[in-house]
Each structure stands twice: as C-alpha cells, then as structure tokens.
Design a protein around this ligand. Structure first.
Ligand code: PHE
Length: 450
C-alpha cells in the first residue's frame, strides 16, 4: 500500500481540521445568510445546531476515520464490504467534487478582488462576475493553488500551510473588527446581529441554519473522516474535536462582527445575498483611509480561508483514488484539478455571463450557482450526516464506536460535565437517536409546515 502519512502533532491536526472548517462558509456565506434570515435569530439556531447536532457527529466522523485509517469509501467498505452502504461513499466522493466546482468559483472571485483592491480598480461586482475573461482564469488559478498544496502531501503540504495561514486569518479579522467598531452607527449592526427576533423564523430558516452548521464544519461528506484517518490512536479526539467546533463557530461570529457594524454604519442592506461581501465591503473600504490596502488584506484572508477548505475537499478525493485505486498522488491531483475546472465553468458563467445559467426559470429565477449551493450546501451534508449516524450507531455498532473513541480520551468513560450520566452513553444516545431524528424533523417541518 502507498505511504498514507500522518499528522506530526495534535496541533497540526486541530489547525488543519479547523482550516478545513473555517472557510467561505464562515466569512462569505454566514453573514449573507444571517442577513437574509433575520440576523440574530438565525445565529441562535445555527449555534444550537452546532452544539446539539454537529458536535456529537463531528466526533463520530473523526472516529470512523481513525478507526479504519481509510478514506470515506474505504472506511465504509472496511465495515460493510458490500451492499448499498457503499452508496454513501459515492455520495461523499460526488459531494467533494461538486462542492469544489462551485466553491472554487467564489474563491476565485476572492482571489481576483485582492488585485482589484490593490489596483483600486472600480469595476462593479456584477460587471466583474459577468466577465468570463476574468472569472475563468481566476477559477483555474485557485484550483491550481489547491492542487499544489495537496500534491505536497500531509505533513509538508496541508499541515505546514494550515499552521501558517490560520493564525494570520485570526489576526487580520480582529484588526478589521476593531476598526469597524469605531465607525459611527456601528451599534445598529451589533443589534441586528446579536438581538434575536424569533418572529421571522420559518422552517426554511431552520433548514438553512442547519445546513450552514454542517457545511461550515465540513461534516457529512467524509472530509473530516479523511483527516481523522491521519490521526494516531493515542490522540484525544474529544478534545481535538472540541477545539475545531469552538474555532469554527468563533470565526463565524467574528465574521458577523466584522461585517454588520460596518454594513449598518454605511447604511447598506444586510439582505444583499451571495454578493454581500463583494459589493458591500469594497464600498466600505473605498471610504476608508488606506481602504485599498485594508480591502486587499480582507480578500487575502478570505482566499486563505477558502484555500484551507478546498485543500481538505481535494484531499477527500485524492485519498480515495490513492487508497482505493492505487493511483499516484501527483497524477490524480492534477487530473482532478483539470476536471474540477471543467465542472466549475457553468457555476462561473452563472453570474451574468450566460443568461440561461444566471436566471433559471425552473429554479425560481435563481442562478446555477445558487442551485449548486442549495443542493450541496443545504441538503447533502445533513443527509450524509444522517446516513453516517445510522451507519455508525446501528451498522458498525455504538459499543465498538465508543470503544474507539475512548482510546486516547480518558474522560470519555466518565461523567459528563459532572452530570449523573457518562459521556460515552450520552454520545451514543445522540448518535443513534437525537442527531438523526433532529435532522429528519427539521426537514419535515420545512416541507410540511412552512
Ligand atoms: N467548511 C468549509 C467552509 O466553511 C467548506 C467545506 C465543506 C470544506 C465540506 C470541506 C468539506 O467553507
């Protein structure tokens, strides 16, 4: 078998997994989705999903990866060599591929905005996004960047880059928040983001918040599983997982704090949609002293965040081809890069370049990109998580899963936060009942009662 590689340290794993989690979903999508769904109420539901559904599931997904030391498909096969469960592996691989195709388009915009800011170029966002001469090369450049890191392998590629890029991200965000809070009128933005109004919540809001929680933590499609497979047996999954969840939600909240005060201060609307950071922020930066430098810094940060996520998406695919099919890492990485570029073209052309893709009548007049977001962001990750919960809790067996999870996590067999219940029992109950039923209930509520 090919040399699979391993993380050099716990920190390497935590930062890489947090790097996978923190991405466009936190910085680009979270503010616009919170903005469209009423602000603070959305934030509260999102946080509830994170801690009550996603956190137990995150442990389960890492755990399955570490137990099998395999990629998404290999892990399922290790437990059920034949039968329809392999379909879940197929779902994971397809999700990795499809997410990369549209995600890289947005990441390419972000890459382009670094140069646009530095050059103080005033073309509007709609004009920029509708110009294939700009967006297609950016898409390709971003995919190549991802492929380059993945090609270098676990320790030298992903881990080294994550250690460098993650702290840079946090420092840049905090600086932008501190600046934003000094602006006149910033308090209205804080109010919108922090004071919940539950009367605006619909079933759709909850589905969106749940999708946001899963996608933002990179769950349900085997990406975290793959990262878990590079962990050694004495690693404490519970504490590593706790760090990942805390870092990811912290950065989403920081993104909100960074955007809303500035947004309200400049009298802009929070309901702008996917273009929010690209339309509103440059307008804000333009009014600031040294705004183009600040703006460029922001988009460097957004591109960094996106890169550590696409690295994990590509690693999910590469691990499958290397482990299961015996391909050489280098070859498959570049081949996948080419294929993802080709599949990304429709998303790239759907923001004005090709009218038929930009306003699709059968999808409520929305764009192909928004269609991809609906399927692969809102629906598939919770669906994958639902199936993984059943697979881990009932097929693999919750007892075996808990035995694996307890390795390296001594506190897992003891009382949970001093309550009269053991952490492992509580976790098993969540994986077998609470998480799957909650996901189904949230969908049923949206389909039948909205
Ligand atoms: N979690 C990443 C983000 O927040 C996206 C992602 C999803 C990455 C699924 C890997 C797997 O942007």
């Amino acid at each position: 078998m090919t040399e699979r590689g391993q993380w050099s340290s716990r920190l390497g794993f935590v930062l890489s997994a947090a790097g996978s989690a923190v991405g466009l979903a936190n910085v680009w999508a979270f503010p616009y989705r919170a903005g469209q769904n009423g602000g603070a109420a959305f934030v509260v539901i999102y946080l509830a999903c994170i801690f009550l559904i996603c956190f137990p599931f995150l442990l389960a997904e890492i755990n399955l990866g570490r137990f099998t030391q395999k990629n998404a498909m290999g892990a399922i096969r290790a437990i059920r060599p034949r039968g329809s469960w392999l379909g879940l592996g197929v779902l994971c691989i397809s999700a990795g591929f499809c997410i990369l195709s549209f995600y890289s388009v947005v990441a390419g915009w972000s890459l382009g905005y670094i140069f646009k800011m530095l050059a103080a170029n005033e073309t509007s966002f709609p004009e920029f996004a509708a110009s294939p001469i700009q967006t297609l090369p950016l898409l390709l450049a971003f995919i190549m960047l991802t492929a380059f890191v993945v090609y270098r392998g676990i320790q030298h590629g992903i881990e080294r880059w994550s250690k460098l890029l993650m702290p840079t991200l946090v420092v840049l965000m905090v600086a932008l928040i501190l600046h934003g809070l000094t602006l006149p009128g910033a308090a209205a933005g804080l109010d919108f983001f922090l004071r919940p109004d539950f009367s605006k919540v619909t079933g759709r809001t909850i589905v969106t918040a749940m999708g946001q929680a899963f996608f933002s933590l990179s769950l349900g499609i085997g990406g975290v599983l793959t990262y878990g497979s590079y962990l050694s047996k004495d690693e404490n999954i519970v504490s590593a997982g706790t760090w990942v969840v805390l870092l990811d939600s912290l950065i989403a909240l920081l993104a909100g704090l960074m955007i809303f005060p500035a947004l309200f201060s400049f009298g802009q609307q929070p309901t702008e949609g996917p273009a929010l950071v690209f339309i509103v922020l440059p307008a804000i930066f333009a009014a600031l002293p040294a705004g183009n430098i600040l703006g460029a810094a922001f988009f460097v940060m957004l591109t960094i965040a996106a890169l550590t996520s696409t690295i994990s998406l590509m690693e999910l695919l590469v691990a499958y081809f290397v482990d299961e099919r015996g391909w050489a890492r280098g070859k498959i990485t570049w081949l996948l890069g080419g294929a993802i570029f080709v599949f990304g073209i429709p998303s790239a052309l759907s923001h004005g370049a090709v009218p038929a893709l930009s306003q699709m009548a059968w999808f409520g007049g929305k764009s192909f990109l928004e269609f991809m977001i609906f399927v692969w962001f809102d629906i598939v990750p919770p669906l994958g998580a639902l199936l993984f919960c059943i697979f881990i809790g009932w097929v693999w067996g919750i007892g075996k899963a808990a035995d694996e999870l307890a390795q390296g996590s001594p506190g897992f067999r003891k009382s949970f936060l001093g309550l009269p219940i053991r952490a492992d029992r509580l976790w098993g109950f969540f994986i077998r009942f609470v998480c799957p039923l909650a996901i189904v209930a949230i969908w049923i509520n949206a389909v039948f009662f909205d």
